[in-house]
Design a protein around this ligand. Structure first.
Ligand SMILES: [Zn+2]
Length: 315
């Protein structure tokens, strides 16, 4: 059966037909900030255009939002700016095809779980993007908790007296390890000690305030710059994983999201911090840690497979 996977982020929406773990007809559009009703009608129009050329059995939507346990209600989507919306029901009524809704980070980690061959055991995944999301999969089942809010791993407290987070707490993982936080740190370092960051500052066209992800990708070719820029994020991720190990005893850790494109330098720092932080006792086993493999198509693939699961099928 073909499934249409949709990945709704804060600034873009991706669509793709998914069948037998193949992702085809992938397309991505920027999503202008609009009302909920505008989003619904835009989604319905694109689903209809896919349906005209394909026989779609189900639509799986992943969205950056807190969802109710039954995935019927969007409790809050800070990025999209709406709350208390019955997206699944409203969209299904418009398009006449079964629709499911998932949290976008859950969907992305679910896609990596498929890539790993659907192993048993416990997988923890962080999606490091604008914010930090997370997903937990235990013996082939997504862990969603009693209220649908399990796996919000970006809001684990990793530091005392930390920065304020969008959730209202301070010192959350998201305030240290998100792409936003890493860019802010790079800018601070460049302001304080520009002579130490020749790679970071090698584009004469931009000011320090314009430093972005492409500058960081370039700078981490230098091990000393990589260490300076990425160490707080690596320490925070290792700390969060250690806390989670005491609860979950996970055997696999996946680092996903746009920040994971920093690749081996980031992964090496995280692994080193995890090894360093081993204490005696039950948390001394370090999980196998991988960078996400699927890239920006993880959201559509995971959402599609989670939708098929509802019908008792899989990709
Ligand atoms: Zn938070």
């Amino acid at each position: 059966m073909k499934a249409l996977g949709i990945d709704i982020g804060g600034t873009k929406i991706a669509f793709a037909i998914c069948q037998d773990t193949e992702v085809t007809q992938y397309r991505q559009e920027s999503s202008a900030k609009g009302s909920y009703e505008e989003l619904l009608s835009a989604l319905a129009a694109i689903i209809s255009s896919y349906e005209a050329e394909n026989s779609i059995g189900v639509v799986g939507v992943g969205i950056a939002a807190w969802l109710s346990k039954d995935r019927e209600l969007i409790l809050r989507s800070a990025n999209l700016g709406f709350d208390q919306k019955y997206l699944r029901r409203d969209l299904e009524n418009l398009v006449g095809i079964p629709v499911t809704v998932s949290n976008d980070a859950d969907a992305a980690i679910w896609a990596e779980y498929i890539f790993l061959g659907r192993p048993t055991g416990t997988i923890v995944g962080f999606t490091l993007g604008t914010d930090v999301g997370g997903g937990i999969i235990r013996n082939g089942e997504l862990v969603t908790g009693s209220h649908g809010l399990a796996g919000e791993l970006g809001h684990i407290t990793v530091t005392d007296n930390g920065l304020e987070c969008v959730c209202g707490d301070t010192g959350c993982l998201s305030t240290v390890a998100s792409g936003t936080a890493i860019v802010q740190r790079a800018r601070e370092l460049a302001r304080e000690n520009p002579q130490d960051f020749p790679y970071l500052l090698s584009n004469p066209q931009i000011s320090i305030e314009e430093i972005g992800s492409s500058d960081i990708v370039r700078s981490i070719k230098s091990p000393t710059e990589a260490l300076a820029i990425l160490i707080p994020a690596a320490v925070a991720i290792a700390r969060a994983s250690k806390l989670l190990a005491r609860v979950l005893d996970h055997d696999t850790l996946i680092i996903g999201g746009g920040v994971s494109e920093l690749g081996e330098p980031l992964l090496t720092l995280i692994r080193n911090e995890m090894e360093k932080n081993i204490s005696m006792g039950p948390s001394k086993i370090v999980p196998q840690t991988y960078l996400a493999s699927i890239g920006n198509k993880a959201g559509v693939l995971g959402s599609a497979d989670l939708a098929l699961n509802m019908l008792g099928e899989k990709l």
